[in-house]
Design a protein around this ligand. Structure first.
Ligand code: UD1
Ligand code: MG
Length: 473
């Protein structure tokens, strides 16, 4: 059964229902990530390269989340396992990482999880960490087909099948999979390809893997051989066909860029469908978890790092960068604003041009409209922070907090040296350096006395001209 992104909501609902009814079996994910990834030309393990603000591994794990897996095991190489463990731990501490010392092929990679899964009863789904665009619908369709077949392979119709294993079908039954290097001409002409994803009962999987040998062109243990082995043991296999876009494997930076562009296009459509206005969708970049509510307007050239939520009615103006922030309804951000992690803007707060905000709570109706840095700060309701004002939150060793009350007025170019508290309704005069607490309703001024010399400008210019002339002579 073909399951594509374009499937109607109703069909997707039915699929979910069918999946839930049938899924009384436990599920274990085995995610292969031990390949060398040499073509990425990188010191970073391939599975940790970023796509839409998260690692490829993160995307692969997320695609399976809806299936509530009982176990998730990542297979990593010796060299990469520490970094992969750290990332897996960040995603979910229950994820297990098992090391494959030598890379003898995909069947060998799965075999290293045999002991860990010895007591597991249920379906194992094999995924690749470098194939991050797989949808949960496809995984559910694979599990649904398990009631009729022993092995389910996720296939796709490739426009350019070169390099992929080919699915040799006999009606709806999958007869065997042939790798490109082993294929004869008629087999090479097949365009139905193997995505690499496979679902099978745990015991059947490891019994079949036991029988896989490496008598082939690359001397590798091919996981794909289990389909022919299943047939000779009287077991059946089939293919679930998915949208080819889901199966894009990342081997090069070029493919990573292609995947990013596919991810962004999909996310833009998702956001537009939710009732968000994107004036120039192709110039707005999202992260995997960007959550934007209806009637938000995003102007051109805006970038969302991970962890941003925007409530309805907010406007994000051009050339702004937001990360780890909750933007309340009716807020206006930008143009040219930088909103950094742990920032909360309450409703109708305004952040204007060339303003950077970090780890700050900006209350309702507060305004920071021009050229400011506000970090580690709480700003009270309806307070106005004047142009050029900054918080000095870092003393070169430690960070300190600033608290500014409600209805305060921070005059332009105020320097607030944290830790400091400025009370409700207080005013700081322009250019003031605030180094101690200011009580509510107080006015604070720190200024050097100004001196005006009448016609002093003219006299000074004459002196300077004389000096310049003397220098030339
Ligand atoms: C594999 C499939 C091929 C399919 C293609 C889809 C086999 C034999 N072939 O080929 O039918 O069309 O994927 O992209 O399975 N890995 C390990 N340990 C190893 C070897 C590989 O963890 O010893 C991991 C890699 O990191 C990768 C995945 O397994 O995530 C696939 O390995 P790769 O070498 O890319 O297989 P392909 O030759 O592309
Ligand atoms: Mg590959």
């Amino acid at each position: 059964m073909c399951v594509t992104v374009a499937q109607s909501n109703l069909a997707a609902k039915r699929l979910n229902q069918k999946y839930n009814e049938k899924n009384h079996m436990s599920i274990a994910f085995v995610i292969l990530a031990a390949g060398k990834g040499t073509r990425m030309q990188s010191d970073l393990p391939k599975a940790l390269h970023q796509l839409g603000g998260a690692s490829l591994l993160h995307h692969t794990i997320r695609s399976g989340q809806d299936l509530n897996p009982n176990r998730t095991i990542v297979v990593a190489s010796n060299q990469d396992s520490e970094q992969i463990k750290q990332e897996a731990n960040k995603i979910n501490t229950a994820i297990e990482v098992i090391t494959q010392e030598h890379q003898y092929g995909t069947a060998h990679a799965v075999s290293v999880t045999k002991a860990a899964l010895a007591d597991f009863k249920g379906n194992v789904i094999i995924l690749y960490a470098d194939t991050p665009l797989i949808t949960s619908q496809s995984l559910k369709a694979m599990i649904n087909s398990r009631s009729k077949y022993d092995i389910i392979v996720l296939g796709f119709e490739a426009q350019e099948p070169t390099g992929y294993g080919r699915l040799v079908m006999s009606g709806t039954t999958l007869d065997h999979i042939v790798e490109e290097k082993e294929a004869n001409d008629p087999e090479r002409a097949i365009t139905l390809c193997n995505s690499g994803l496979l679902a099978c009962d745990r015991k059947v999987l490891f019994d079949l893997i036991n029988k896989v040998n490496n008598n082939n062109a690359t001397k590798e243990y091919y996981l794909t051989d289990i389909v022919a082995l299943a047939k000779s043991s009287g077991l059946s296999s089939t293919a679930v066909i998915c949208n080819p876009e889901e199966t894009l494997g990342i081997n090069t930076r070029e493919e990573l860029a292609t995947a990013e562009s596919m991810f962004q296009s999909k996310k833009r459509i998702e956001v537009l469908k939710k009732g968000v206005t994107l004036i120039a969708p192709e110039t707005v970049f999202f992260s995997f978890d960007t959550d934007i509510k209806q009637d938000v307007t995003i102007e051109p050239n805006v970038v969302f790092g991970p962890g941003v939520t925007i409530q309805s009615g907010a406007v994000i103006r051009s050339f702004s960068h937001l990360e780890g922030a909750n933007i309340g309804s009716g807020c206006v951000v930008g143009p040219f604003a930088r909103i950094r992690p742990d920032t909360i803007l309450e409703e109708y707060a305004k952040i204007g041009n060339f303003v950077e905000v970090k780890a700050a709570q900006i209350s309702k109706d507060a305004k920071i409209n021009h050229l400011s840095y506000i970090g580690d700060t709480a700003v009270g309701e309806a307070t106005n922070i004047g142009a050029g004002s900054i918080t000095c939150n870092f003393d070169s060793v430690m960070k300190h907090r600033t608290t500014i009350g409600a209805n305060a007025f921070i005059g332009s170019n105020t320097i607030i040296v944290a830790p400091v508290t400025i009370g409700d309704g207080a005013i700081t005069a322009s250019g003031t350096i605030v180094t101690k607490d200011v009580m509510p309703k107080d006015l604070v001024i720190s200024r050097s006395k100004i001196t005006v010399r009448h016609s002093g400008a003219e006299r000074l210019r004459d002196i300077l001209k004389l000096r310049a002339k003397a220098k030339r002579e």
